[in-house]
Structures are given as structure tokens and as C-alpha cells.
Design a protein around this ligand. Structure first.
Ligand code: BDP
Length: 693
């Protein structure tokens, strides 16, 4: 017997299926559906789902609400799409008594009898996350009645930071224009923003900063608060709180004050009134994200105050209602010391001074989202401060959205690192969170490249549970997004797992960093050495000359090594014994220095460039063999991108080798192909249309 609610569920599912049909037909497989395709199951998995044949019901004591409705609609949509029959036998029971989503979203899923699977947790957020988790398991072909999950998020804030501008451009965005149409808001809310929230909820993202950290104060104007309110209202049922990047000088820029000094009473009053105004419109506003005294942005140091003075002033304005996320990405024009040391030097002395509702957001490495960096030494060094890990999902430094590079291994390298100060990096952010610079735009497939979706997905999954293995994340993404064939998944997962190392090898092997073109950051430019600030130049990082290459960060050089715990510094102190992936990050060595392979440093460098190029060729061949497993549209898109990547990997390799050779005058190691062009050719290339600036 079907109760009234069961009938409603089935009708809703049928309606949903109908409304989805035309869209599905028109946009066969263009990537818009992301990992939420719920492609029909087949074989045993389908038989098991049909045998279970669940309807969705509420436990007594669980009442409805907007967030629960999202969970219910998702289950209806997913089950239907996966192939669950209309005539139901079993049930999925939602047992989440408290309405709203104030809890942390912990949930468990288990069978209570042969016909009933329960998703349970404290409040509606638990059922929201539980619903998506259950559908993921089903999509992966698991036996519904054997599913048992007990999950809690590893950290409170799992956040995406948009570097989106008022005019619709996106700083370092490679997936088209911004998804936020500020001009038409608040009257018109693009449907896409709902789909965006849904995708984020499916991986546990619970916060989004909507605007660029290089923020104009305009976002704090009343008319923008009204726009933000429309977004916040739309995202609330998906468990997402909005944050705003706030310009520190706003009291001067738009407040009519003569100063933005954080200790000035009028400034403090201005921010408090601004916060009150925002909370009146958006009662669950997340708070402010602030880039201060960094790359020309205003900040408390303009008034002789510290980062803590600035952050705490904003924290007082928000009070218990919200959080200030204060970025530690700082380096100063006046500071002649190693750029890699500056954030630590500025922030570590402030440990213990930040208010409870301040989180300091630290990039994964000490310079700037490079293909490989050691973990940031601030992790572990500020035990009294809530810290957040900032990763870059958009691939500013890893080939934009064209190169295939799966970033879970990059983030895991930092998250899993033992700080030597009582835990891993992941452990150090458990009271804060993880923020990823979003790679989402208005491209039909959201992220520019289809495989870039995997980085968005992986970031969310790792923020929920940083101990997940990269391989597991790659595989579950590919199975949901592309296809379930086991051989296909083996091949694609292996390709994804090796892809980031390939980029490291053809761009910046052996611990090199920051060798990209000026401003646009597209392609190689190791020769650049004439920019106004020393640390903007690639030559500052390579320190290459006729005799050797690499940045000495040991005691004989900048001694950045001393910022790490002794046990960690010991790992990297001896170039003979260390992991050579970080070799030239920490050491300046002569070209004829012997690496562990027995090759000279020069020969090893060339070997690694070649290894990177070969890895991309292998990726292209792997993909080419998958034609029968992927729809024609996405297959062709990826194949085209891989061709570009093959060409650009060679470009990186050739231009870099040509440049180093012009310095060291050494012949190429035996068997290595000469660069396709001479160095002047590479130096003359210009890219005025490169996106993302
Ligand atoms: C750099 C980007 C720049 C950002 C900056 C930041 O090139 O566009 O504004 O990071 O994180 O890597 O603030």
C-alpha cells in the first residue's frame, strides 16, 4: 500500500523525469550534469536496485522544510534515473528530526531491516548530505541493502572562493564568464546558480565567497547586499552560506571616513553598522574574506597596525554571527628577504592574538599555487589560531583549463604532510577548513575542461574527508561522470593519478617554481628578469647561471628551512639524501652535481622534462583507446585538449631547455632531442588575449 507521501514522491519523480527529458535530448552529454548524471544502472546493480525498489519516506518526528525537500527531490530524481521501478517494495527513511541545517551534517546510513534503509542525523543537513552519499553509492553500483556509512565532516568550513568581478570577468578563470550576473540580480536569479548549489551540496561544500579577493568596496553597497540576499536565499536549502570578500579601505572608499584605521572608533562603528545591515538582509551571512596588505591591497599595516588588529576589528563587527577569514598570502615590496619566508614572519608572531571568530587562510605552499611546493610552514606553527587551507582549483599555474591535471595528489601531498609539530597539515585545519579557488564559470561544462570537473569534485570530497585516497576519489568521480566499465575506470584513474606529476615534469621539474610568463601566467618564460619587483621574476626563483641552478633555502642561503620543525627541515637539508622532487626548491647546485639516478643535475633535468612530455603522449594514447566508453561529444572535447597539452608540454620543455642551455652552454645529454626552435623564438612569443588576467 502506498501512503499519500509515497504517491507524491512518485508523481514528483515522474514530473521531474519529464521536465528533464527535453534538456537531456538537446544536450546529450555536454558535461552540464557533472557527476550527478545518475546514468541508468545495468546488470546486477540494476537488478539489486529493482529488488529493493525503495520509496522515500520520513520517519515519524521528521517534518518537512526546504532543505529536506531538496534531499527528497534529489533521491526521487536519482533513484528514477538510476532505474528504480515505479512500483515500490522497500523504503529509504529519512530520520532527521530537527528542521533547518545548523548541525555539522554528520549522518549515518544503514539497513534496519530487509526492506528499510535509514538515513539519519541530527537535522535536515544530515539528510541532505546523506541523500547525496546514498546516491553516490548506488551510482557506483553498491548493493543498496548492504550500504553502511557513518560520516562526519573533518572540518567546519568547506568552501569555494570565487575570484569573480562585478563586470562578469573572472580573475584566473578559464571557464568562461562569471556565473554571477550582478547586473540582473536581484530581480533575476539564473537557474544555473541553483544547479551550482546542488552540485556543491552533493560534495559537502557549505560556504561560498562570491567575489574576488581583490575586491572593490562596491560589494558592500546596499544594492549589492540586496543581490547577495537573493543568492543567499536560493542557496540556503542547499546548506551553503555566503561570504563576501571585503575591501579593507571600504570605510574610506564608500563610507565617507577619512581613514580605515582599525583602531579608529568611527571605523569600528562603520563596520559594525555594515555588518548589522548585512545580517538584517541575510541572517546566516557567513562573514568576510579579506586580502589585506598583499599585492597592493589596503590593510591595517597602512596605519601601522597588525594583521590581528585588522582581523579582530572585523571580527568584533560580526560578533558571534559570523567569521572573518583573513588571508596569510602576503609579501611586501619593501621586504628583501626570501618571499617564501614572509607570510610566516608576519603571522607566526601573532599566534594567540586572533579572536575566536577569525580564521587565518594559508595557501598550501609558501609561494603561490605552483605545480609543486612543500607545505606552508605556518601549518603547525600557529597552534592557538584557527587555520584554513587554501588550494587553487582553477589551474592558473597548471595549464589553465586545457591541460589535464588531476589535483587531488597535489592537495594530498600537503594535507598528508607531517608538520613535525603534533600532526599533519590536515590535522592543523580541523577547527578551520579548506577553501578552494573555484574553477567554475558559465561554460556549458562549468569548468572549461571536462576533467577539471574532477578537481572541483575532489576538493569538496577532500574537505569533507582529507584521508580519502586520491585514487578512490578519481575512480568514483570517473564512474559517476564518464562511465562504469571496470577496464575504462582502471585506465582513466591511472591517467588522472599520473597527470599532475606530468605537469610538474614538463613545467618545473626537480623543485623549480614560478617559471611562467608574466601577468597572464601562460606558458614558459624562465628568462624574465627585468620586472620592477625582484620576486615577480622567474630568474629570482631559479637563480640559474653558468654554474648552477636552484634557490638555496638552507642556512647558507635564505634559511627558509628553519621555519619548519627540525624533523621536517632534516628531511630537506641534505641534497644527497632528500626527496629530489623538492631539490631545487631548497638547494642551489652546480650543473654537474650527481643526482640519485647517477645522472648529472643537467641530464636529470632534461630527463624529467622528457618524462613529462612522454607522460602526456601516453595520456593521449590512453584516452584514444577509450572511444567506445565515452559519448562522442565529451570524448572529442578531451581528445582535442590533449592535443593542445601535447603541443604545450613540448613548448615548456623546449623553451626551458633552450634557456638553461643559453646559460650553461652544455651540450644536450645523449639521445635528447634539441629544442624545436632557438631561444629567441620562445622569447618573442606574446599572448595578449590570454584569459584570466
Ligand atoms: C596569485 C594570482 C593573483 C591573485 C593572488 C591571490 O596570480 O591573481 O590575486 O594569487 O591569491 O596567484 O591573492
Amino acid at each position: 500500500m502506498m501512503n499519500g507521501r509515497g504517491l507524491v514522491n512518485r508523481l514528483a519523480a515522474a514530473l521531474l523525469a519529464l521536465t528533464l527529458l527535453p534538456a537531456t535530448a538537446a544536450h546529450a552529454e555536454d558535461g552540464y550534469a557533472l557527476w550527478l548524471r545518475y546514468a541508468p544502472l545495468g546488470g546486477d546493480a540494476l537488478a539489486r536496485l529493482q529488488g529493493f525498489a525503495p520509496r522515500v519516506e520520513r520517519a515519524s518526528g521528521t517534518t518537512g522544510g526546504p532543505m529536506l525537500a531538496v534531499a527528497e527531490a534529489e533521491l526521487a530524481r536519482g533513484l528514477t534515473s538510476l532505474g528504480a521501478p515505479a512500483k515500490t517494495k522497500g523504503s529509504i527513511r529519512l530520520d532527521c528530526p530537527r528542521a533547518g541545517g545548523d548541525g555539522d551534517g554528520s549522518f549515518h546510513i544503514r539497513a534496519v531491516d530487509a526492506r528499510t534503509l535509514v538515513i539519519a542525523g541530527a537535522d535536515h543537513r544530515a539528510c541532505l548530505y546523506g541523500a547525496f552519499a546514498l546516491l553516490r553509492e548506488l551510482s557506483l553500483g553498491r548493493d543498496p541493502r548492504a550500504i553502511e556509512l557513518d560520516e562526519r565532516p573533518a572540518m567546519p568550513l568547506r568552501m569555494l572562493d570565487h575570484w569573480d568581478n562585478v563586470d562578469g570577468s573572472v580573475e584566473r578563470g578559464y571557464a568562461g564568464r562569471s556565473i554571477f550576473d550582478w547586473w540582473r540580480l536581484p530581480d533575476h536569479l539564473d537557474r544555473r546558480l541553483i544547479d551550482y548549489a546542488r552540485a556543491n551540496a552533493s560534495i559537502g561544500i557549505d560556504a561560498v565567497a562570491v567575489n574576488n579577493v581583490n575586491a572593490p568596496a562596491i560589494f558592500l553597497e546596499p544594492r549589492f547586499i540586496a543581490k547577495l540576499r537573493r543568492i543567499a536565499d536560493a542557496w540556503r536549502p542547499y546548506g551553503i552560506r555566503v561570504f563576501l570578500s571585503a575591501r579593507f579601505s571600504a570605510p574610506r572608499d564608500i563610507g565617507g571616513l577619512a581613514t580605515a584605521d582599525p583602531l579608529d572608533p568611527a571605523v569600528r562603528r562603520w563596520w559594525k553598522a555594515k555588518a548589522d545591515e548585512i545580517y538584517a538582509a541575510i541572517p546566516d551571512f557567513g562573514g568576510f574574506l579579506v586580502k589585506a596588505n598583499s599585492e597592493g591591497q589596503p590593510g591595517p599595516q597602512d596605519y601601522g597596525r597588525s594583521h590581528a588588529d585588522g582581523a579582530n576589528m572585523l571580527a568584533a563587527a560580526l560578533g558571534s554571527r559570523g567569521t572573518v577569514i583573513w588571508r596569510a598570502f602576503v609579501y611586501s615590496a619593501e621586504d628583501a628577504s626570501d618571499r617564501a619566508k614572509q607570510a610566516y614572519a608576519d603571522f607566526v608572531p601573532l599566534d594567540g592574538q586572533f579572536a575566536d571568530n577569525v580564521i587565518v587562510q594559508v595557501k598550501n605552499g609558501p609561494i603561490d599555487f605552483q605545480p609543486r611546493e612543500p607545505f606552508h610552514p605556518i601549518f603547525g606553527a600557529m597552534p592557538k589560531t584557527r587555520l584554513m587551507f587554501e588550494g587553487q582549483i582553477t589551474k592558473e599555474y597548471l595549464g589553465f583549463s586545457t591541460h589535464l591535471a588531476f589535483l587531488a595528489p597535489l592537495w594530498k601531498e600537503a594535507l598528508d604532510a607531517d608538520t613535525g609539530r603534533g600532526g599533519t597539515v590536515a590535522g592543523m585545519v580541523r577547527r578551520g577548513g579548506m577553501a578552494g579557488v573555484a574553477n567554475v564559470g558559465s561554460d556549458r561544462n562549468w569548468t572549461g575542461g571536462h576533467f577539471d570537473q574532477a578537481n572541483w569534485y575532489a576538493f569538496g570530497r577532500l574537505a569533507w574527508n582529507p584521508s580519502l585516497a586520491s585514487e578512490a576519489v578519481a575512480r568514483e568521480w570517473a564512474a559517476q561522470t564518464l562511465g562504469r566499465d571496470a577496464g575504462f575506470l582502471d585506465a582513466v584513474t591511472a591517467m588522472m593519478l599520473g597527470s599532475r606529476q606530468a605537469v610538474v615534469d614538463y613545467m618545473t621539474p626537480l623543485g623549480l617554481a614560478h617559471q611562467m610568463g608574466t601577468n597572464h601566467h601562460y606558458g614558459p618564460a624562465p628568462w624574465v628578469c627585468d620586472l620592477a619587483r625582484p620576486e615577480w621574476n622567474p630568474c629570482y626563483y631559479s637563480r640559474a647561471d653558468a654554474h648552477g641552478i636552484g634557490f638555496d633555502r638552507t642556512a647558507s642561503g635564505s634559511d627558509a628551512l628553519a621555519q619548519y620543525a627540525p624533523s621536517v627541515a632534516d628531511e630537506w637539508r641534505d641534497p644527497k639524501a632528500m626527496d629530489e622532487d623538492y631539490l631545487l626548491w631548497f638547494h642551489h647546485l652546480p650543473w654537474d652535481w650527481r643526482t640519485r639516478s647517477g645522472r648529472s643535475l643537467w641530464a636529470e633535468l632534461v630527463h624529467r622534462y622528457d618524462r613529462g612530455v612522454a607522460a602526456v603522449d601516453a595520456m593521449a594514447a590512453t584516452w584514444d583507446a577509450q572511444r567506445s566508453h565515452v559519448d562522442a561529444e565529451r570524448f572529442a572535447d578531451v581528445a582535442e585538449d590533449l592535443k593542445v597539452q601535447q603541443r604545450e608540454a613540448r613548448w615548456w620543455r623546449d623553451a626551458s631547455i633552450a634557456w638553461w642551455q643559453s646559460l650553461n652552454g652544455l651540450p644536450l645529454p645523449a639521445g635528447a632531442a634539441p629544442p624545436a626552435h632557438d631561444i629567441d623564438h620562445y622569447r618573442a612569443l606574446a599572448f595578449p588575449e590570454a584569459p584570466g588576467i
